[in-house]
Design a protein around this ligand. Sequence first.
Ligand code: HEM
Length: 510
Amino acid sequence: MSISALSPTRFPGGISGLLQVASLLGLILLLFKAAQLYLHRQWLLKAVQQFPCPPSHWLFGHKKEFQKDQELQQVLKWAEKFPSACPRWLAGSRLSVLVYDPDYMKVILGRSDPKAHGIYKFVSPWIGYGLLLLNGPTWFQHRWMLTSAFHFDILKPYVAVIANSVQVMLDRWEQLISQDSPLEIFQHVSLMTLDSIMKCAFSHKSCAQLDRNSRSYIQAIEDLKDLSFSRIRSVFQQSDIIYSLSSNGQLFKQACKLAHEHTDRVIKQRKSQLQNERELEKIKRKRRLDFLDILLFAKMDDGNGFSNKDLRAEVDTFMFEGHDTTASGISWILYALAAHPEHQQKCREEVQTILGDEASITWEHLDQMPYMTMCIKEALRLYPPVPSVSRELSKPVTFPDGRSLPKGIIVSLSIYTLHHSPKVWPNPEVFDPSRFAVDSTQHSHSFLPFSGGSRNCIGKQFAMNEMKVAVALTLLRFELLPDPTRIPLPMARIVLKSKNGIYLHLRKLK
Ligand code: HEM
């Protein structure tokens, strides 16, 4: 006579009975999960039925199409076939709708949908819930308080601070260059922008470019960007428990620790400077406070200040956003000018007319460089430092062509694809600064390096100033030439990178 696995006569005491029950429960759970994923997939298929896309695998989605860091190039190909938007399946039951049409962008950026949690959550152990990841009233409160750190009264004296950091980098380049060996500039520019943001926003006194801790912080950031990016895309790295046990998970933890040690040191140092009465007096006399001092002295509506956790999150957010994006921007701009010597020379002549040989650049000079500003914008178009941003629809949306998406869908605004769209920018691959001449007309949402709407970049003005100072001073000192054997290959990461670095030949000008 057969005895059922759940028979009370076998269950008590029998290990094999317990195992059988456990396996049965496991199986039921697995079936339940599979049914849940299946139903979710069916819902997603229905939700995006008005948006055609290339065929995808039921488990791996479009993984095969996006191999070997060809993501940006692949989406450009899709955009030719599928106008305005196209679903991208990250896995069988995970998708985001890629959007690259200016009218679509306008609709999404005009709403107040939250950041896509399913994507941004993977960077939260690193940068925490600061301005970039926050949503709702807490975001609004932080944004309102931190906006004053970017008032022009505050930004004005930063020009000299940034110029000083740039000169340190250029001095180093003078020592390093020799006629035949090109220089990989991204690393150097990253150290310089880190130095600038630490001095400007965090009142850091010493030079981060000469400091070993800054180098390990920059390396940790590189690792964190690579690891988070691959986690967002991988079917097998979604679960926190499984990820924490994997080798990538361990590397991520170590890199987070390094990054946090850096930001903790900066906070600790500033707190101890503020113990000094004279420093405190200086702060009290200031009409407007620097970024970190705003955080340290802030009082919320309830009378309390920032909690240590919120403070750390904002410092981690600004330390990363405030240096890595501008490092990408400046490196790609210098490459674009190296590849287009005629525009490089026009910019140099403009800067020489304004500054002479003095190289002491001020806030007032920054508005007197129209041609260089056009070149910077054109480089930001071709190489947007933030290639895409994502939102999760909090209510259904209908686009101007009548197609719609329901609540809950993740929408990724592909800034890179928008900037390379031939419908928006004729001959999009041509570097043509005249696109940004004062009399040129563009769609309000055709150029979005700093995103748009209420969640646009809070550091936009700081970033534009830093890029102008860095480019102007570099052009006064060096002629830039590309390395024809290593043309940079744009690669999607959280911040745009080059797969093979950015190598330039630098020739010291007489
Ligand atoms: C060329 C340089 C920069 C570019 C291209 C850039 C681009 C962007 C973009 C596209 C966003 C929107 C992100 C999203 O929606 O997920 C953003 C947000 C943000 N950026 Fe920048 N950024 C740059 C420089 C900076 C700098 C220098 C700082 C700080 C000093 C900064 C701080 C932030 C912060 C805190 C946010 C979140 C704002 C919010 O949601 O309220 N960025 N940036």
